[in-house]
Design a protein around this ligand. Sequence first.
Ligand SMILES: Nc1nc2c(ncn2[C@@H]2O[C@H](COP(=O)(O)OP(=O)(O)OP(=O)(O)O)[C@@H](O)[C@H]2O)c(=O)[nH]1
Ligand SMILES: [Mg+2]
Length: 476
Amino acid sequence: MTRAPMFAVVGHPNKGKSSVVATLSQNDAIAIALEPGTTKARQAYPLTVDGNTLYTLVDTPGFQRPRRVLQWLEAHSLSASDHPETVRAFVTQHQGDGRFVDECELLAPVLDGAGIIYVVDGSVPYSAEHEAEMTILRWTGRPSLALINSIGSGDYSDTWQSALGQFFQVVRKFDAVRAPFEQHLSLLKAFGQLEPDWEQPLEQATRLLAEQRQQRHLQSSKLIASALEELMSWQEKRLLTHHQIAGVSDHQLAQTLRDRWYDHQRRREQALRADIEYLYQHQRIQRQEAELSWASEHDLFSEDTRKHWAVSRKYLATAGFGAGAVGGAGIDAVTLGSSLGTGALIGGLIGAAGSYFYGDKLVLPALNIGPLKDGLKTASFGPVQDSQFGYIVLGRAVDHWWHISHRNHAGRDLLELEPADHHWLSELDKANRKAIQQAFDQCRKQKALSPSQQENLAHAVASAMAVYDHWRLNRP
Ligand SMILES: Nc1nc2c(ncn2[C@@H]2O[C@H](COP(=O)(O)OP(=O)(O)OP(=O)(O)O)[C@@H](O)[C@H]2O)c(=O)[nH]1
Ligand SMILES: [Mg+2]
């Protein structure tokens, strides 16, 4: 078997080399910073799928003295045929020489068989320093490709393109922070053109990465579906002796159970986020995101959140809301604590249910104290009877998934989850709307979903994710 292709990512200091490595190796732990000189030593980052290394990227420090290096090379070469050996001799002779530490570090992997990815910043002009860098790289005789990664607002990409074209076999524009996944794949295909030995492994790499992406998508839908099931059916329960009931007011009891219930729901949502992030190999966002979502206006239970993610009456009607929900456990909980007694007219109940379920505020579960049995009573809080809670959880989960699945591993900015401005679920077909609503109805009655119902819910969530993706990418 051929060795997995290896690429050394080289260039001027602070031009996005580590960003390219982070994105293409799906590793968000790589140091990326505004200061030049962030990367001090070479470091290999393999990209593995199911334990197989598809390719390895080597991050390197930037060139420091390219013109001095080139002078040395020219002084020690007799003809073009000795260029690669001359570069090797340079590295051998300058090991430990403080002036050329960075050059020795960045050239070592190239001399060791790596292909070259030369990264330049297309927003700043091309200079003689760059020409020296490119000449040194050409002297190594290794297959090479140049990436124009624009960091600032200037645009010198045309002059860069013609200069780079003289030194590199392939020149591409590639924004390490924003390039969509399809561009990562097309870049890998371009690498495959550089060397016959790499074509087959890189073809395979693009296929495996595309499959992995689909798998992640599917697994995300399952993770979201099981979180929905748990959040919609969650109940806090306490067994109380007669004595305990006498010593604590209903109000205190309700408050204790409610706080625990809230706490559980928030934690469960956080756990889902951590699971999705882990799935996509984003392990450093967590901390920032946790702070964000605990801030009041972004809280799972805030009015603001409800305004953005709750669905319309019309949507609920098409999802089959009403038929299953009005009646049975749903309506009991709606009327509990309200002025409507059990003997109220059905018409009145439907009216009440309509306004409760579509209200601006979340209808919290009510405290329920069961009858005395064997000297004990059961106090319970939950499950939530308000369907909108499920849609809020779904909207937030899909939105979070979308940001994570489209986030490059070079991204270091705070994860901003901006709420939907138009209802994203409006494109979801009726069958999937019904599947979601039915699952919610069943959860709030605390009837466990059967494996096939769980599968239906996951399938409906996957469709909702596809609808969201389409809506998001086609927004004006
Ligand atoms: N807007 C934008 N900024 C980028 C992009 N790539 C890199 N940057 C920023 O440029 C700065 C340098 O990025 P690095 O990836 O650390 O650059 P480097 O070439 O590895 O730097 P050294 O290791 O110091 O040589 C960071 O602040 C990055 O956030 C890009 O595609 N778009
Ligand atoms: Mg770096």
